[in-house]
Write a new protein. Structure first.
Length: 208
């Protein structure tokens, strides 16, 4: 996800660039300084890259900064100085999950726990056709887990779960999807196919 902002500031207390995303960038102001801090609201380590442009009245930044912000943690990215107390800048940041080994194990355990045991229950609740190694799938299941939203997963890895993979394609065809160029996860809500092909980080919020 990429978030972009144009900020014009005189010295204030604290500014946040976002509204309760998985990752926020906070700007904390002091006596002639501004400190940019990454805040991770998720239960998974996030790799965050902060980019500042069009700096006026600020010194201390030279190039985009990438940091891994721990789950539910905060991390300082850069401290800038202002001589006059008045300054402006354009900012943007992108982030992606970067789970630690322990977090990966926890994610795997959660997926195992939520695996759909009976295909006959596919019409009940949220069901996710999940593919190993799929970043969008990992984000979706992590979001649902973090927010205590019940769901079940069906592994559709073609090498190990051919029948499940065939079921996914059958489900798509039955719902009028003829294209073979689709993005996982494919998601059903009470048996109905929902459109999860766009921005997955925005889409999962509709599952609350």
């Amino acid at each position: 996800m990429k978030l972009t902002f144009l900020i014009f500031i005189s010295l204030l207390a604290i500014t946040s660039f976002s509204q309760k995303n998985d990752v926020e960038i906070l700007a904390e102001k002091g006596n002639g300084t501004i400190i940019f801090i990454g805040k991770n609201n998720s239960n998974t380590t996030q790799e965050v890259t902060l980019k500042l442009e069009k700096l006026k009245g600020l010194t201390g930044y030279s190039k985009p900064i990438t940091r891994k912000v721990p789950a539910q943690g905060r991390l300082t990215f850069v401290r800038l100085r202002s001589k006059s107390g008045k300054y402006s800048y354009s900012s943007s940041y992108v982030y992606k999950p970067a789970p630690t080994a322990i977090e990966k194990a926890a994610i795997a355990a959660a997926l195992k726990k939520n695996t759909l045991k009976n295909i006959g229950d596919i019409d009940k609740g949220i069901v996710i056709f999940n593919k190993t190694g799929c970043t969008r799938c990992s984000y979706t299941t992590s979001y649902l887990t973090d927010n205590n939203i019940d769901f079940k997963v069906i592994n559709v890895d073609i090498k190990t779960h051919k029948e499940n993979n065939a079921l996914m394609w059958q489900t798509l065809r039955e719902n009028g999807v003829l294209s073979t160029n689709i993005l996982t996860p494919i998601i059903l809500v009470d048996g109905k196919l929902v459109n999860s092909q766009g921005d997955i980080k925005e889409f999962v919020k509709t599952l609350d």
